[in-house]
Design a protein. Structure first.
Length: 584
């Protein structure tokens, strides 16, 4: 259909897509980011609401799985695992892929195209996980849900892939903000863990998305902080050497936890049904003796802050949680690992607080101080996200005095984990284990930010591959830069530099000028390339990779809205034009 005949809405959408292909489309991205933030928040509200409503049906208070009878401590996670196993057994393998690592893979290797089916599976399977008390968190699923909503929104409106990348990060930021009630941490998580860069073009839309996510969540769930504690100041600078040792200990613990999460799955040859069910049975068995491993565990963290759990019990719960979470996630349970990471750090912090009390003869910071430091350092070390960890704990507690000591502990724990593992965070490590990688460097990053429509050359004419002399002269009337050649015997296109064709037309063979012979454009001497098609939503990186794959120096941007009688060439991009863009 010709663009002149489109309705006004279609024209406006087409113009919006063209504007978004440019790297400076900040106003448009900000508006779209706000919309995506609202959509992500709504799905997180539904997710949290489903979990809260369901757990209230059988728990006397939120998170209090410890109140269940002995038999239900075992049966609850087993029944939940059975339901998830039935769902997964009925699904193709490609739809079972969920979680943060899957999101990173789709973001970097599939232009942020996340299948909607996987998002739906993540919503219900993760909800069943958490409701049934599996040893997993809700924040990882929230990341997938936020990214999935943003990706679906962008793909439904056929937005260019360079903008889809930013909108996906915006959806993630809004989901983190809605899940934790931490808008700034949502922004930093999206930039530090997901995009792995800080840019103004990314910051502004993501900030607005995170704001929208936090606003909607606060309207629904209120503005209270997750942890409200008193007495969390550093008691004395004399504790700083002890905090250095604390950071080293957290780093070692984070390394251990990461290695457990990365263990090879000995049950991998079993059908997914039995893997999931086995995970539920193992969790249920551990819960018979250590019920604190069930659920998110925030109630246990509160008790640890108040010093209501003995050191011996803290160590037992800590070890049980590492085993339960590692086994559960390795067996394919569709939950998150951020919640357990915070839980493990909190309990280790409570242990270190008790040790500090003995060493300093009671003249030391409170147990809650060490619990919060442990959560911060564990989060930063496992995810390799120190800044996100610092901002998260600030927003969770509304206590800025924690930032100063947390900076020291987080840096030491992160350095320790990087030294011992040598990876870039647990999510990247899990992708590497699956044989996938997140390829990122300055060139790829820059080319991914720009859509092909922003630099495509539209100074071209199209022609059949065989023409006469008069048609050749007419082709050059408007002084085009390129001549796109449509082969008569196939759908292949080639492009010929117009200046080379003009030189041929100025001095043609006599038989051609007299009209006795036709001109074969594919045989005219000059700079000529095969011209594979590329979708108009593609980025410059996709154009660059297609040229390498097809061993050519040019591609044409395909108009998928062209009628069968229209030529579908929107523009041309060459290797030279990409090099010129990047060098500016």
């Amino acid at each position: 259909m010709n663009s002149k005949n489109r309705n006004p809405l279609a024209r406006r959408l087409s113009n919006l897509r063209h504007q978004l292909a440019y790297i400076d489309a900040l106003p448009q991205l900000t508006v779209l980011g706000t919309i995506v933030g609202c959509l992500a928040a709504l799905i997180i509200v539904a997710f949290r609401g489903l979990i809260d409503f369901s757990t209230q049906l059988f728990l006397d208070s939120p998170e209090n799985f410890e109140s269940l009878s002995l038999q239900w401590r075992f049966l609850t996670p087993v029944i939940g695992a059975l339901l998830i196993a039935v769902i997964f057994q009925a699904l193709p393998k490609r739809h079972m892929q969920v979680g943060v690592s899957f999101v990173l893979d789709r973001l970097y290797n599939h232009q942020s195209h996340l299948p909607s089916v996987n998002m739906i599976v993540q919503f219900f399977a993760a909800a069943i996980c958490i409701i049934s008390g599996q040893s997993v968190g809700r924040e990882g699923p929230a990341v997938h849900l936020g990214a999935g909503v943003a990706s679906s929104f962008g793909r439904n409106f056929k937005l260019p892939n360079n903008s889809l990348r930013t909108l996906t990060a915006a959806g993630i930021a809004a989901a983190i903000a809605a899940s934790f009630n931490t808008p700034l941490a949502g922004v930093i998580f999206a930039m530090e863990v997901v995009l792995m860069e800080y840019t103004i073009a990314g910051f502004v839309p993501i900030i607005m998305a995170s704001f929208a996510g936090a606003l909607i969540t606060r309207l629904v769930f209120g503005t209270e902080f997750v942890f409200t504690v008193q007495g969390t100041d550093l008691a004395s600078f004399a504790e700083l050497p002890f905090l250095v040792g604390f950071g080293l200990g957290i780093g070692v613990l984070a390394t251990l936890f990461s290695k457990v999460l990365l263990l090879s799955n000995p049950a991998a040859r079993l059908p997914i049904f039995f893997q999931i069910l086995l995970g539920g049975i193992i969790t249920g068995t551990i819960a018979l003796y250590v019920p604190e491993v069930l659920g998110l565990g925030y109630d246990t963290v509160e008790k640890a802050m108040l010093g209501e759990i003995a050191v011996q019990s803290l160590l037992i719960i800590l070890i049980a949680k590492i085993i339960a979470t590692g086994v559960t996630l390795n067996l394919g349970m569709p939950g998150g690992l951020i919640g357990p990471t915070l839980f493990i750090g909190a309990l280790f912090g409570a242990v270190m607080g008790a040790i500090g009390g003995v060493l300093f003869d009671g003249d030391t910071s409170s147990t809650s101080f060490y619990v919060l430091l442990g959560m911060t350092a564990s989060f930063g070390a496992v995810l390799n996200a120190p800044l996100t960890a610092l901002i998260t704990i600030l927003e969770l507690t509304n206590n800025p005095t924690l930032i100063f000591p947390s900076m020291l502990v987080v840096v030491i724990s992160c350095l320790t984990t990087r030294f011992m593992i040598g990876d870039e965070g647990i999510f990247i490590a899990r992708l590497t284990k699956q044989g996938k990688s997140v390829k990122t460097n300055a060139l790829r990053s820059e080319l991914n930010k720009v859509g092909v429509r922003s630099i495509m050359d539209q100074n071209f004419v199209t022609s059949a591959s065989v023409i006469d002399y008069n048609q050749a002269v007419k082709l050059l009337e408007n002084r085009p830069r390129w001549i796109v050649i449509n082969s008569s015997d196939s759908k292949e296109k080639h492009v010929l530099r117009a200046v080379d064709f003009a030189n041929f037309v100025e001095s043609p063979p006599e038989s051609v000028s007299l009209g006795k012979a036709a001109i074969e454009l594919l045989e005219v001497p000059g700079k000529r390339f095969a011209l594979p098609p590329l979708h108009e939503r593609a980025t410059l990186l996709e154009a660059h990779l297609l040229m390498e794959t097809e061993n050519t120096d040019a591609v044409y941007i395909q108009n998928h809205y062209a009628s069968p009688l229209e030529d579908d060439t929107l523009g041309i991009i060459t290797h030279e034009s990409i090099r010129n863009y990047y060098s500016i």
